[in-house]
Ligand binder design. Structure first.
Ligand code: ME8
Length: 507
């Protein structure tokens, strides 16, 4: 048991959330729920990034005051996360007065560090990324992420001496004994980041001459560069002003994001922290980027999927499960609604849903709705029990490694083994031939449901509750997973749900 401070990126409010944002946020939520279950003191942070040129321009183009615009879109993010059962402990907005005060305090410390100087910046800037690109980073002259032409910026700005930190960053990433050690994952991203640091770091401009942002405390004519403003959310949210509160959670245990913004999190952010004498986060993990039905998701192509679209089709729990099971976390992949539907029917409606419903139905039909007392172990019982134990262990190991599809596979494996157990033991025959054996078999089936009901919790919090209710117990997350899923804890003689509804109606 320890503390676990986990973050998602804070998302730009240039538009309402899409399933790219939902993907990272659901992944973070699964981990937050898992760590709470482990007994950790969890702080799960998400929020919105509301300053910068892009937001300012988007609001102006709509003829709306930026303040009204950001209020409106931030509310949409909050609504979307509530709908997806995201259990964040705090929702930060960079326009919050508390955040802005924290940004000013940090900038004063940074200025005092002596790593800030005034200079002139000229270069190509992608307004959507809110960053400069060098010629060799552009693809055919376009931003590699947004495939749009950058604009030429030339301004007098304040600079941060990032170049000075190359050696310290390399040591902090590579040497587990370094006092500032942090992990950059997965390995491909780590190598990429190290390679780029070794190739040389340029100082970065940390201010802009735009009105929509936090004024620099040492030069109010400029505002803090939106990326610096945004990264600071990770410390202002936990009370940068208040050392007692701050030390409870800092350093962050995991910053989660996609690979598009790994550089900011694995290089610029740790350097800024080192400059003011703070520890870098412990772990920075960049998952892959996905396309939708084989295409880059974009407004222009009109193929943007909103979380609500999936929720209406599959329900909340299945949406969470299906999004994380499409491809291995950390790799690039594709989200196809067709494949999601196939998987929904196969994995959730047929396998898991059917296992739950047929088990409860058999207890109702053969045992008057009461879970029977188990008799001595026989035949495949031992194997089923072993499968449940193994699934619990594999599930935990997978989530500790951020392997969501691995955790899902562990659950599916136990479902498949149990469905096979039912075929092998044929309770419908036992009901006529051997009531005592029937009792054992149905008890074992129901016990697997208790185990499964708990294991699915981080992914499918509502389904977890329903499965447990159907077998007459309450979801109990008060003890850590290893204890909860230990075999044989289902109390016999409890009453199961008399008329269970299908968990996942076929579509
Ligand atoms: O970058 N596949 O905000 P943003 C996977 N405000 N993940 C995706 C995705 C996709 N196709 N599309 C979006 C910003 N994401 C800054 C962050 S943090 C201090 C500031 C997810 O709204 C993924 O997590 O552009 C990605 O890193 C993030 O949305 C980018 O969100």
């Amino acid at each position: 048991m320890g503390k676990f401070f986990i973050t998602t990126p804070i998302y730009y409010v240039n538009d309402v959330p899409h399933i790219g944002h939902a993907y990272t946020t659901i992944a973070a939520d699964v981990l937050a729920r898992f760590h709470r279950w482990l007994g950790d003191d969890v702080f799960f942070l998400t929020g919105t990034d509301e300053h910068g040129v892009n937001i300012y321009q988007v609001a102006s183009a709509q003829g709306v005051d930026p303040r009204d615009w950001v209020d409106r879109i931030a509310a949409e993010f909050k609504r979307a996360w509530a709908e997806l059962l995201i259990s964040n402990d705090y929702f930060i907005r960079t326009t919050d007065a508390r955040h802005e005060a924290g940004v000013r305090a940090f900038m004063e410390r940074l200025y005092a560090s002596g790593d800030i100087y005034k200079g002139r910046y000229e270069g190509k800037y992608c307004v959507n990324c809110e960053r400069f690109y060098s010629e060799d980073e552009l693809v055919d002259g376009l931003c590699p992420i947004h495939l749009r032409p950058p604009v030429w910026y030339a301004e007098d700005n304040y600079f941060f001496r990032l170049s000075k930190y190359a050696d310290r960053l390399i040591a902090a990433i590579e040497d587990p004994e370094d006092p500032n050690h942090y992990e950059v994952e997965p390995p491909a991203r780590r190598n990429e980041v190290l390679g780029k640091i070794r190739a040389g770091l340029l100082d970065i401009s940390i201010s802009r001459a735009i009105p929509w942002g936090v004024p620099l405390p040492f030069d109010p004519d400029q505002t803090v560069y939106v990326w610096v403003d945004a990264l600071l959310n990770y410390i202002t949210a936990i009370g940068f002003h208040d050392p007692a509160a701050f030390d409870r959670y800092w350093p962050a245990d995991l910053h989660l994001m996609a690979k598009d913004i790994i550089w900011f999190h694995a290089v610029i952010w740790p350097a800024l922290l080192l400059a003011v004498g703070l520890r870098p986060p412990r772990r920075v993990f960049a998952h892959g980027f996905f396309t939708v039905n084989g295409q880059k998701m974009s407004k222009t192509l009109g193929n943007v999927i909103r979380p609500g679209d999936l929720v209406r089709r599959f329900g909340v729990d299945a949406t969470r499960w299906l999004l994380l099971s499409q491809f291995p976390f950390g790799q690039d992949g594709d989200i196809s609604e067709g494949l999601m539907a196939q998987r929904y029917n196969a994995e959730l409606a047929n396998d898991l849903g059917n296992l739950v419903n047929r088990t409860v139905a058999m207890v109702n039909r053969y045992c008057e709705g009461v879970i029977p007392e188990p008799g001595p172990e026989e035949g495949p019982d031992g194997e089923l029990k072993a499968a449940a134990v193994e699934a619990g262990q594999a599930f935990q190991a997978a989530l500790a490694a951020l392997d969501f599809s691995g955790a899902i596979a562990a659950i599916n494996g136990l479902v498949a083994r149990t469905n096979r157990y039912i075929e092998e033991t044929a309770p419908w025959n036992l009901s006529r031939t051997d009531r005592r054996r029937l009792g054992t078999v149905l008890y074992n089936q129901a016990e697997v449901l208790r185990v499964l009901g708990h294991l699915v919790t981080p992914f499918m919090p509502e389904t977890a509750r329903t499965i447990c209710r159907y077998i007459g117990v309450e979801l109990d997350l008060s003890r850590p997973p290893a204890e909860t899923v230990r075999w044989g804890q289902l109390p016999p003689r409890v009453r199961v749900e008399a008329a269970p509804k299908p968990l996942f109606p076929r579509i």
